[in-house]
Write a protein that binds this ligand. Structure first.
Ligand code: PEP
Ligand code: MG
Length: 752
């Protein structure tokens, strides 16, 4: 049969729609489709390969190849020309298939007589579901028009596959998409376990009519949606609360650029002209963007492609008439699933959420900070979760291990519930300890404080049995705004916090920003090594306006009550002296303006860099209290980035070297009579907490949920005995005291 270039996608799509409307099982549908395409494009062969799982592609229908090879011929992703297309998500067009790199001879198909080969991925939103191939004997490269038509047809096949249109009995019992159990191993963002139902931050669009015979109408729908999109972006840009949607100005400017990008819009329009519904036309572009995203390594370009992807999602939602609020109908047992989320959006959902699962995100991201402040279990970097999860799916989130089970099998769910029951039982036990002190069996009392970062945390203060707030991270009030907060607003927040604490002490840590925590209104500085860079107090001392304003707000918020201020990331005596002087100057000024000054002022420093442990004695005399920021201190002690999964768990807090260092700090503080506490995450881990107490730490600050377990363990141990075990190990030649300590605990019948 001679090959002809005259192809009209609209004719093929119209026929395809009729075919799809006919009754029939999955296999019949596929058979009809390959016949129709072969006829429409005048190809001697048309075949559809579908992915059976992550690894295998299977020939599911063919017109032209030997019928007996259907469901017999299988290829791995990456194997042969078809596997290569699936792997790269790129078309392959060759006049001489047998001599094209990667070609694999499959005798059972009889395809060796066909020289020309054109294959395109069947993909939806960047995920390859299969491959569509045409072949001809005559040696020739297919024209761009033919490639385009085949891609358009492949889009429709992908949409239909998504709807489960090809499922049928026998070999076509390929799992209905998004129906079986799915498991993802992510990274711990915030500990805790939860069971609930998925709510997608950005709901998927279901397209039941991928083909349209009225391009004019579709173009009009597209234009209306594009105009609305432009408006939406302009409004966001004008908004004073940019971060209310988690966006930064730079991102929005990129949005604006894409939203009016003629090339992007023209390509979508061309797809509509060729017979696709507007939504599918947008998705076709989105798939191409996602495929590019997976290949590009340059982080800047990748980010911009991400922005384009976000914009496509917005456009799709506008086309489908789904507004952002639809997704906010939060059920009682909601587990939020998102690719990423800004701090303000997450705060909007607030405590209504049982857990959060993100496909991206990092341990130090703003969302993680908010999740931590809200004490919501969080798993980050859960691969493919937004693709797999559907609104309403049952989901189990294990924030302790970073695991997510979507649509779990009953046996998995049962085991998970057992774990949750154990946690709940333990919580009940801890509630009975609420009013009791954390006094060990040998009479040592350790003060347990809680960490907080939001007004909403304060109710936990009484519930968890903490004696005060040992660390109030003040950055959230800065992170969720698009402009520097006003002094009066901040003072009001601090006032409310002190009211809610009803006399219990609250240690306010001044703004700890920089490194990964970038404020939307502060120009971000490109630093080669941000954790060691211009951050926290360093930034505060160089940009004094913001720090002074915050100090004034703290003084006004205290309104004559006692005030505890702590400076983050102090590296030497001079930095502390300078910061302290700034605070004292502000107090003088406020006094001069007639504002009440704090009844009692305590000025502390966070010890987060090893250098401060060796500061001159004058530092220990000058500072009113020291709080060890173990998260940062440990990363600098071991030179292991706290956010880098490859290294962050590599070194043990209970290593003898680290404990020797911590004990030296405690000893110096004791000699200078400087109160010292520990407020990193380790303080909330029972075995670590007991060890810190044993080496002399009498004050610990942790997330509220940890107070119960830590108090229970402290009350059940003889600290003198613990110290003996630790001291023996520290004088010995071992790396860590953990094995001996755990053994001793279990020999003594103490439950950790
Ligand atoms: C720390 O470094 O231990 C700490 C408490 O501060 P952050 O985690 O906010 O850096
Ligand atoms: Mg820190």
């Amino acid at each position: 049969m001679p090959y002809s270039e005259a192809v009209d996608s609209r004719v093929i799509l119209t026929r395809l729609r009729e075919t799809l409307a006919e009754p029939g099982e999955g296999q019949e549908r596929l058979d009809r489709i390959v016949r129709l395409i072969a006829n429409g494009i005048v190809a001697e062969v048309c075949s559809i390969y579908l992915k059976r799982d992550e690894v295998w592609l299977e020939l599911c229908a063919t017109e032209g190849l030997k019928p007996e090879s259907v469901h017999q011929t299988r290829l791995r992703v990456g194997q042969g020309l078809v596997g290569r297309i699936a792997e790269r998500a790129d078309p392959l067009n060759t006049a001489d298939a047998a001599h094209t790199s990667g070609y694999r001879f499959m005798p059972e198909t009889g395809e060796e007589i066909y020289s020309s080969f054109l294959g395109v991925p069947i993909q939806r939103l960047g995920e390859v579901l299969g491959v569509l191939v045409i072949q001809n004997r005559e040696k020739r490269v297919y024209s761009e028009d033919v490639v385009y038509v085949l891609e358009v047809v492949a889009m429709v096949i992908a949409e239909m596959a998504e709807l489960g249109a090809f499922i049928g009995p026998g070999p076509m019992e390929i799992g209905r998409p998004h129906s079986g159990p799915f498991f993802s191993r992510g990274v711990v963002g915030q500990e805790g376990v939860a069971e609930g139902r998925v709510i997608l931050h950005e709901p998927h669009i279901v397209i039941s009519q991928p083909i349209s015979d009225n391009p004019e109408q579709e173009t009009e729908r597209l234009n209306t949606a594009l105009a609305a999109l432009q408006d939406e972006v302009d409004r966001m840009l004008e908004s004073t609360h940019l971060t209310a949607s988690g966006e930064h100005r730079e991102v929005l400017n990129t949005y604006r650029m894409f939203a009016s990008d003629k090339g992007w819009i023209r390509r979508i329009q061309a797809s509509i002209e060729s017979g696709l519904a507007a939504e599918v036309a947008v998705e076709k572009e989105q798939s191409a963007t996602r495929a590019r995203m997976s290949r590009i390594l340059d982080p800047y370009i990748r980010e911009r492609l991400h922005d384009l992807d976000d914009l496509s999602n917005r456009l799709l939602r506008l086309l489908a008439g789904i507004n952002a609020d639809n997704g906010r109908d939060v059920p009682d047992d909601a587990v939020l699933v998102a690719r990423n989320i800004g701090p303000a959006d997450l705060l909007d959902y607030g405590r209504r959420l049982r857990a959060v699962v993100l496909e991206e995100g990092s341990v130090g991201s703003h969302a993680a900070i908010v999740a931590r402040a809200l004490a919501i279990p969080l798993v980050i970097q859960a691969d493919r979760i937004t693709r797999e999860a559907q609104n309403g799916d049952r989901i189990l989130v294990d924030g302790d291990q970073g695991l997510v089970h979507l649509r779990p099998e009953e046996s998995v769910a049962a085991a998970f519930r057992e774990k949750m029951d154990m946690v709940a039982d333990a919580q009940e036990k801890y509630a009975t300890l609420r009013e009791k002190p954390a006094t060990t069996a040998d009479g040592v009392t350790v003060s347990l404080h809680m960490n907080a970062g939001l007004m909403a945390d304060l109710p936990s203060l009484n519930k968890c049995g903490a004696i005060g707030v040992g660390l109030f991270r003040t950055e959230l009030q800065f992170l969720v705004r698009s402009t520097v907060p006003r002094r009066g607003d901040l003072a009001a927040v601090y006032d409310r916090i002190l009211n809610a604490a009803s006399g219990k002490p609250v240690v306010f840590r001044t703004l700890d920003i920089g490194s990964d925590k970038v404020l939307p209104y502060m120009r971000s500085v490109d630093e080669p090594n941000p954790a060691l860079g211009w951050r926290a107090l360093r930034l505060g001392l160089d940009r004094r306006g913001v720090m002074r304003m915050q100090l004034q707000a703290l003084i006004r918020g205290a309104a004559g009550r006692p005030l505890h201020v702590m400076f983050p990331f102090v590296t030497n005596l001079t930095e502390f002296e300078t910061a302290r002087d700034m605070l004292l100057t502000e107090i003088d000024r406020e006094d001069g303006r007639g504002h009440p000054v704090p009844a009692d002022l305590r000025v502390g420093a966070m010890l987060e860099t090893p250098s401060l442990a060796y500061a001159p004695g004058r530092f220990f005399d000058l500072v009113d209290f020291i709080s060890i920021g173990g998260n940062d201190l440990k990363q600098f002690f071991f030179a292991a980035d706290r956010e880098n999964e490859l290294v962050r768990r590599r070194y043990d807090t209970l290593s003898t070297s680290y404990l020797t260092f911590l004990r030296m700090i405690v000893d110096r503080c004791t000699r200078h009579q400087t109160p010292v506490s520990f407020c990193g995450e380790d303080a909330g881990r029972p075995l670590e907490a007991v060890t810190l107490a044993a080496i002399g730490m009498r004050s610990l600050s942790m997330r509220p949920a940890s107070i119960g377990p830590v108090k229970a363990l402290l009350r059940s141990v003889d600290l003198g005995e613990v110290l003996k075990v630790i001291a023996t190990e520290m004088n010995g030649n071992v790396e860590s005291v953990r094995p001996a300590l755990s053994r001793w605990m279990s020999d003594s019948g103490i439950d950790t």
